[in-house]
Design a protein around this ligand. Structure first.
Ligand SMILES: O=C1O[C@H](COP(=O)(O)O)[C@@H](O)[C@H](O)[C@H]1O
Length: 253
């Protein structure tokens, strides 16, 4: 287990170097949790993160990772059909999941036939079952599910999952999964993990590329003059937080 509250930060010269390091990090944690728990619960966000996972589908990882022990979840999902261009599931499936030998029953996507409220409730119910069957760990400290690894991206405004700056959902502290119908970034209807679920994680990798994100990175990690704490600055897992930044994203640090 990582040291409680440990924060690591690495800056990479290129997107390629970042992807190589992220694959190594993920593979090492997969090995650790598959040995310790017989399962590896992995949470994905959407967006640019998926492209940063591209090295995992290549040797040596494609052959060495125990893919059948992986269980895949989403930190947030847009309330659209799974074959819609805006679907985080579709993005992950096309770019990553379809290229590795996961068990289809271990991929927990939302029920796209439901409303935003219904889909959030349904996803939380699914998580509660998986906690009972020990597929997902539970945090003794918080009582919220404790995922082994959450792989999160961040928007230029500092949002993580679908928790946006200034939105009341950032303060939700009871629900595991909630919904938003007025997302400032389209599409407007989404479901999202709440901060207590994000912050109960054993490990979080925050993966950020690009100069348009440098301000939000500075808000979280640097000496920003901006007193408003962005959602990304509220990411503080029980275990380890590892930042994977390219030089452009780290340019204001
Ligand atoms: O809308 C979303 O945006 C964020 C950030 O996306 P990026 O393309 O700027 O990396 C993403 O993490 C989230 O899952 C997604 O729904």
């Amino acid at each position: 287990m990582a040291t409680k509250g440990e924060v690591k930060k690495e800056v990479f010269e290129s997107a390629e170097d970042l992807a190589v390091a992220l694959a190594k990090y993920t593979a090492q944690l997969s090995d650790k949790f598959c040995k310790e728990r017989g399962a590896f619960s992995v949470v994905l966000s959407g967006g640019s993160l998926i492209n940063s996972l591209r090295k995992l589908v290549e040797p040596p990882y494609i052959d060495s990772i125990e893919w059948s022990k992986w269980h895949i979840f989403w930190a947030d999902e847009r309330v659209v059909p799974k074959d819609h261009e805006d679907s985080n599931y579709k993005l992950a499936y096309d770019g990553f999941l379809s290229k590795v030998p996961l068990l289809p029953g271990n991929v927990y996507s939302i029920n796209d036939a439901l409303s935003a409220e219904g889909a959030a409730e349904d996803y939380e119910t699914c998580l509660r079952h998986l906690v009972k069957s020990n597929v997902v760990d539970i945090s003794a400290a918080s009582g919220f599910p404790k995922f082994d690894l959450q792989l999160l991206g961040m928007g230029p405004d500092g949002h993580v999952a679908s928790l946006f700056p200034g939105h009341p959902l950032v303060k939700e502290n009871e629900k595991w999964v909630t919904f938003i119908k007025d997302s400032p970034k389209p599409p407007p209807e989404r479901i999202t993990f709440t901060f207590p679920v994000i912050n109960s994680s054993a490990y979080i990798a925050l993966v950020v590329n690009g100069a348009n994100k440098a301000g939000a990175v500075q808000n979280a990690l640097g000496n920003s003059q901006n007193s408003e704490k962005l959602p990304v600055a509220m990411v503080s897992p029980e275990g380890e937080l590892a930042w994977f930044l390219d030089t452009a994203a780290a340019s204001k640090l």
